[in-house]
Design a protein around this ligand. Structure first.
Ligand code: MOS
Length: 694
């Protein structure tokens, strides 16, 4: 009867798809609580200083304006772990775009007009927003993000580099990048007596609940945070953001449900961005391409209020064998908005540089770039010496090369032209760490033969609901259509965020465990189930976060073909192909969507995306999608995503690795390497826009 074993891996359609395309799915700003008011923030127009005076009189006199909150009258918050959440608590302005007020109105329009009528005077101080390698305030932090040591050195990398037969010594720059999910950040908050109920567009409602409880000094039991449908996040919704704090404050002040829906142009300053990174990468090798030394030095910035160090040199610690290695991070605190998590933080910029430099080395040594990578395949993880739980990078490279017809490539740069177009192909490796965090889950069997699994997972558009039902059906040994997954509410069993490509592993682990227990209860039971059914619980604390003797990473290979227009400087991607080794693929349909979506982000990183910090104003120049260019359909070719099904027993009960971010990693390098192959010119600063290429 049961199609046991077929639920996992099946290309099941996402379950909320119909609700989304028919508009039935309700997002955080679309909660129509009776009496709901709207709020619009007032943002600082200076990059550094202190508020001298705030005049709210004109705003309060406007029709429909209910309240104006400023640092003078806003509710006091308990100290925040994350300083970006301490909004309206004092008159300091740490960066341009910082919230200095909030106007609550009967309508969105009233709130917006009210916000424009608030007059703020500042004592302005000189600001510095310019990142340079030799900035006098640059320092070496103890750790880069993710708890990685900021600096690692093994052997004698300087001497080994100096003695190498083939050398590459290059400087690269990755600009600031912005997440810009399709749904801007929004929250609707209402108080039910002393209970707080919040709809928030978040990647993880459990953390939002904990943070709001702490800031407003409530018991977590008195806070419910719902993130039922979320229109993407890409890291910008991975931690609570100030809009949700403002919504709760406004609801408390007015006694009304309040929605704060941030206009997109406010996002660049307040929900994080990828900090720019300046890289010096040196690779030394023997004439046959065997690496002897690798030195990856990263300089980045952080804000004045929070240390955030993009861990861009970390992938150099795991990719290739080289006996002498250095990887280091330095950071400069500036008067800039706080950077944060974005789309494969660390790996995306770090691997752009490492994989571009590997291509430089291949050219310098006269070697095929696929073979060069295979030559330097390590036996164990270079930095830690741990064995890999599984590493099929070579298989990905070979399979990709076969599918892409790499063997037919003429390696000489500028060897292919079609009229005014130069044509080139490039390759790069991809990697992303395997992570998991503890989660709780509940599985329930009903007398009618149906099952419900409950867990506060978040479906940010990935298909999490669907794949968790698949995990459950597989563990229960029942058909998929008998299982439903309830997610997206902090009243459900606690679970970590949808981030770090670890959601499915973390949640699926707990779901698998709860369902395995439930299945064994059911196996010991005869006759009909009691009216209340059976319930089983699981908590993977101590299991999912246990140290592993293995180095666990997903790997992949990206191949790109580009044309470069010698008249306009326009680069277009003609073909993009990825092959991944990421454990068992749990849903072939949603996995493919994850891969091609991420590769599209990599394409954006290579060709169109980039933010410019204006030194005079301290503001990002690109503040909407008319200026910050994410790839449009016409920019994206037919993308091919393939995978090698990996059997890795050292991961989790599903045998899966994360797949959300690896598609981004290395894609920009593959495209940049193809541009070099087409033109013979190495561009070392992204994005490869026509003004730069021509
Ligand atoms: Mo992702 S940047 O881990 O949400």
């Amino acid at each position: 009867m049961a199609d046991t074993g077929t639920a996992l891996g099946a290309p099941a359609e996402r379950r909320e798809g119909r609700d989304k395309v028919t508009g039935r799915a309700r997002y955080a700003a679309e909660q129509t609580d009776p009496g709901r008011a709207h709020a619009w923030p007032v943002v600082a127009g200076i990059a550094r200083g202190t508020i001298r005076t705030v005049d709210t009189g004109a705003a309060l006199a406007l029709p429909g304006v209910l309240a104006v909150l400023t640092h003078e009258n806003a509710p006091r918050l308990a100290p925040a772990d994350d300083p970006t959440l301490s909004v309206l608590q004092d008159g300091r302005v740490p960066h341009h775009g910082w919230f200095v007020g909030l106007v609550v109105g009967e309508t969105l329009e009233a709130a917006r007009v009210g916000a424009a009528a608030v007059r703020v005077e500042y004592d302005v101080e000189e600001h510095d927003v310019t990142l340079t390698v030799d900035h006098p305030e640059a320092y070496a932090p103890e750790e880069a993000n993710g708890g990685f040591p900021a600096r690692r050195e093994q052997g004698d990398p300087e001497s080994a580099f100096a003695a190498a037969e083939v050398r590459v010594d290059s400087h690269y720059r990755v600009p600031p990048l912005h997440n810009h999910p399709m749904e801007p950040h929004a929250a609707t908050a209402r108080w039910e007596g002393d209970r707080l109920v919040v709809h928030d567009s978040s990647q993880g409602a459990t953390t939002v609940r904990a943070t709001l409880a702490s800031l407003f000094e409530l018991s977590e039991d008195d806070v419910t945070v719902i993130s039922e449908h979320v229109g993407g996040g890409f890291g910008s919704k991975g931690t609570p953001r100030p809009h949700v704090v403002l919504a709760v404050m406004a609801a408390r002040e007015t006694g009304r449900p309040v929605t704060v829906a941030l206009p997109r142009r406010f996002l660049p300053a307040v929900v994080g961005h990828r900090a720019p990174t300046l890289h010096r990468l040196r690779l030394g090798a023997t004439a046959d391409g065997t690496l002897t030394s690798s030195l990856h030095e990263v300089t980045t910035y952080t804000s004045r209020i929070k240390e955030f160090v993009e861990q861009a040199a970390v992938p150099s610690r795991i990719m290739y064998a080289a006996p002498h290695r250095l990887s280091s991070h330095r950071v400069v605190p500036l008067d800039v908005p706080s950077p944060s998590w974005m789309r494969a933080p660390g790996e995306a910029p770090g691997m752009y540089v490492l994989e571009s430099a590997m291509d430089e080395l291949a050219v310098a040594a006269g070697l095929d770039p696929v073979e060069l990578r295979i030559t330097n395949e390590p036996d164990t993880e270079p930095d830690s010496g741990k064995p890999f739980s599984s590493r099929h990078l070579v298989d990905c490279l070979r399979e990709g090369a076969r599918r892409f017809d790499w063997a037919g490539r003429d390696p000489r740069p500028r060897s292919r032209a079609e009229g005014p177009l130069l044509v080139g192909t490039g390759v790069a490796s991809a990697t992303y760490p395997v992570m998991a965090s503890p989660a709780q889950a509940e599985a329930h069997a009903r007398p009618d033969g149906s099952f419900v699994v409950r867990i506060n997972a978040t479906d940010i558009g990935t298909g999490a609901r669907t794949v968790l039902a698949q995990v459950a059906a597989d563990a229960l040994g029942v058909p998929l259509d008998r299982v439903r997954a309830e997610v997206g509410n902090s009243d459900l069993p606690s679970a970590p965020l949808a981030g770090g490509s670890s959601g499915t592993a973390s949640w699926g682990w707990a779901v698998h465990e709860a369902c395995t227990r439930l299945a064994s209860t059911l196996a010991g039971h005869t006759g009909p189930l009691p009216e209340s059914g059976f319930t089983a619980h699981a908590d993977t604390a101590g299991t999912a976060d246990a140290d592993s003797p293995y180095a666990r990473h997903a790997f992949g290979a990206h191949f790109a073909e580009v044309t470069v227009d010698t008249v306009t400087g326009e680069v277009r991607v003609r073909r993009l192909l990825g092959v991944y080794a990421a454990g068992h693929i749990l849903n072939a349909r949603t996995a493919r969507s994850q891969f091609i979506g991420a590769m599209t982000m990599g394409l954006g990183m290579a060709l169109t995306e980039g933010s410019t910090m204006d030194a005079a104003s301290g503001d990002f120049v690109e503040s909407d999608l008319a200026a910050y260019h994410v790839p449009a359909h016409a920019d994206v070719p037919d993308i091919e995503a393939h995978w090698i099904d990996e059997d890795d027993p050292h991961l989790n009960p599903m045998g899966s690795k994360g797949i959300g971010e690896i598609g981004i990693v290395g894609t920009a390098a593959a495209i940049g390497n193809a541009v070099h192959h087409a033109t013979g010119t190495r561009f070392r600063e992204l994005p490869l826009t026509p003004d730069r290429v021509l």
